[in-house]
Design a protein around this ligand. Structure first.
Ligand code: BGC
Length: 376
């Protein structure tokens, strides 16, 4: 079977031929890949900036945003039958028995750093025709989400952030702090009202994240480089959110445009911008980093100002990576909502389909939002 692999040693990316994997343990499931999304991490791996082959091997099969169809199950599999659709989680537990997180299936919070990630770190990925994995790493996807299932994994990053934000904000009475809401009951965030969420970046992680915040009831703003009136801006407006272009609104004018900033979901990997936005956040705000910046060296920021504002405003700064099963399940539930509520936005997110033999285009060139590899 064909697979897209990166050879970091010889700095090559190519289509290789591999034997089909087989069911080895009773709880293994074999999946035929339907679609695999291409993301920034894949492009970084193909640029040899990131990514690690399995130990002792010279190559890594990439791909971690997968939608597959079950073709065979081991005798001990309880939750899947051939013909059903599933997505695969990415991270696999470390081998240290004392790791409290990995021990309970929360390898997204691994303590040791010895976790592996399919298609990224020390474990082959999904950009290939057939994949075998243990059923505990599969999450079922209803058939009617066949066309959007490939978006589950990139959406899980925001879903995990949202889960964390809910948990953190339990520290306070998180009712609507803004003017115009008279009835206390209608101002409850659970009822989906008026907190302002600012999403930094309009790539797939930012856009899917913005949809998740919007669906959760936030008044949502997306801040990015494309001009107002651009296709991106219209896309953001099509899911009932507000687009703010960095071209006409500098960071220190964001508060004027948005009002109080209650939550920031950062999806740019731009660290300086992020800290500048942090200085604009309101009382009790939660700021979530999800981008992984390249290490370009120190920049100057006003740490006195930031620390002072953070303390005097009870603010929380949070980093989040990868996602657990709860976030995968939330992403599947939300995609159903997005599809029903904003069908044209969902279609617009998907900008290209490339059969596996054309892998070079989305990985090394092709612009767009979410490009996917398909398997004929
Ligand atoms: C993936 C995450 C992963 C992270 C770091 C992201 O592209 O979506 O699952 O944990 O890269 O490797």
């Amino acid at each position: 079977m064909r697979a897209v692999a990166v050879f970091p040693g010889s700095r090559e990316v190519g289509l290789i031929d591999l034997p089909e994997p087989t069911i080895e343990r009773p709880t293994d499931v074999k999946l035929r890949m339907l679609e695999v999304g291409v993301c920034g991490t894949d492009r970084e791996i193909c640029g040899f900036h990131y990514g690690f082959p399995p130990e002792g091997q010279d190559h890594l099969v990439i791909g971690h945003e997968a939608l597959g169809e079950v073709v065979e199950v081991g005798p001990g599999v309880k939750g899947f039958k051939p013909g059903e659709l599933a997505v695969l989680t990415v991270r696999r537990p470390c081998d240290v028995a004392e790791c409290a997180s990995c021990k309970v299936g929360r390898q997204d919070f691994c303590y040791t750093g010895r976790f592996t990630e399919r298609g990224i770190k020390n474990r082959h990925g999904f950009m290939t025709e057939m994949v075998v994995d243990d059923e505990q790493y599969l999450v079922p996807v209803p058939r009617h989400l066949r066309d959007v299932g490939v978006m589950v994994e990139p959406l899980t990053i925001a879903e995990k952030a949202l889960i964390e934000v809910w948990q953190i904000q339990k520290r306070l009475p998180w009712e609507c702090p803004h003017a115009g809401h008279t009835s206390a009951s209608s101002a409850k965030i659970e009822a989906g009202v008026c907190h302002h969420a600012l999403v930094l970046g309009a790539g797939p992680i930012g856009l899917l994240g913005a949809m998740a915040f919007r669906a959760a009831g936030f008044s949502t703003f997306v801040y990015s480089l494309e001009p107002s009136g651009s296709e991106k801006a219209r896309l953001v407006e099509s899911f009932e959110s507000t687009y703010i272009s960095a071209k006409d609104t500098p960071i220190d004018r964001l508060m004027e445009r948005i009002g109080t900033i209650d939550v920031v979901y950062e999806a740019t990997g731009a660290s300086r911008l992020s800290f500048e936005v942090l200085a604009q956040c309101g009382p009790n705000a939660a700021f979530v980093f999800s981008g992984v910046p390249g290490l370009r060296g120190p920049v100057e920021i006003n740490t006195d100002l930031l620390m002072r504002r953070m303390v005097l405003n009870n603010q929380v700064l949070l980093g989040t990576v990868n996602a657990g099963r709860d976030a995968f399940e939330a992403a599947i539930r939300d995609l159903e909502v997005f599809k029903r509520r904003w069908p044209s936005a969902m279609r617009a997110l998907r900008t290209g389909e490339f059969p596996i033999e054309k892998y070079r285009e989305p990985l090394l060139g092709a612009a767009g939002i979410k490009n996917v590899i398909t398997f004929g």
